[in-house]
Design a protein around this ligand. Structure first.
Ligand code: DX5
Ligand code: ZN
Length: 217
């Protein structure tokens, strides 16, 4: 199981330190939420921040693009040092092309599904991706409540990956904490994003390890 703290809930005035802290606490990836104010009702960060974070950590940078026209920005994020780039199915008009574009820069490619988007929408690209990210909140903000009805989707996706004999990671994003991680692990997810459940806590190491051990039981 991998834990990916989302810097969306970090203190942006000292972002480098915030990333180093969760790395020391045992994080597996750093999740970077990119929002454009169009695809989602919030604006966050761009390639400049990814570039600034690249030398700060050894961990893979997992860049979650919540933006319209993702193809237009994939090269910039790849060159800034992203290790994973994920694009929303709902935002990409030519999803297969977006995936190939990400991979052309030697970056791992993933697709993201909003809570209401069916798993069937990606069945024809499943063998082309390294990761599928299932949103368990409506994207746009940290600290929202986990949407339980996504759990059967995790199971369906996990079965479909097994049936096809693929090794695709299933990442879960939104409302993950010590309680909500449990059904997600059972359903077959492998990477867990947690923003507020780590960064809004006084002791981030204890919070991260608490989530991991809850998931491992
Ligand atoms: C939501 C973002 C998430 C967010 C998760 O749009 O994609 O990565 O940071 O935050 P929590 O863990 O607080 O739900
Ligand atoms: Zn995210």
């Amino acid at each position: 199981m991998k834990i990916a703290p989302s810097i969306l809930s970090a203190d942006f005035s000292k972002l480098g330190e915030e990333v180093r802290e969760v790395e020391a606490a045992g994080a597996d990836l750093i999740h970077v939420d990119v929002m454009d104010g169009h695809f989602v009702p919030n604006i966050t960060i761009g390639p400049l921040i990814v570039e600034a974070l690249r030398p700060v950590t050894q961990l893979p940078l997992d860049v979650h693009l919540m933006i319209e026209n993702p193809d237009q920005y994939i090269e910039a994020f790849a060159k800034a040092g992203a290790d994973y780039i994920t694009v929303h199915v709902e935002a990409s008009r030519h999803l297969h092309r977006s995936i190939q574009l990400i991979k052309s820069f030697g970056v791992k490619a993933g697709v993201v599904l909003n809570p209401h988007t069916p798993v069937e929408s990606i069945q024809h690209v499943l063998e082309d991706v390294d990761m599928v990210l299932l949103m368990t909140v409506n994207p746009g903000f940290g600290g929202q409540k986990f949407i339980n009805s996504v759990v059967p989707k995790i199971r369906q996706l996990s079965e479909s990956i097994k049936e096809k004999g693929l090794s695709v990671e299933i990442e879960i994003d939104g409302g993950i904490n010590e309680e909500t991680i449990v059904p997600c692990v059972e359903a077959g997810a492998t990477i867990f994003v947690a923003g507020s459940a780590i960064y809004n806590q006084d002791n981030r190491a204890v919070a991260l390890q608490g989530i991991r051990s809850a998931g491992e039981q």
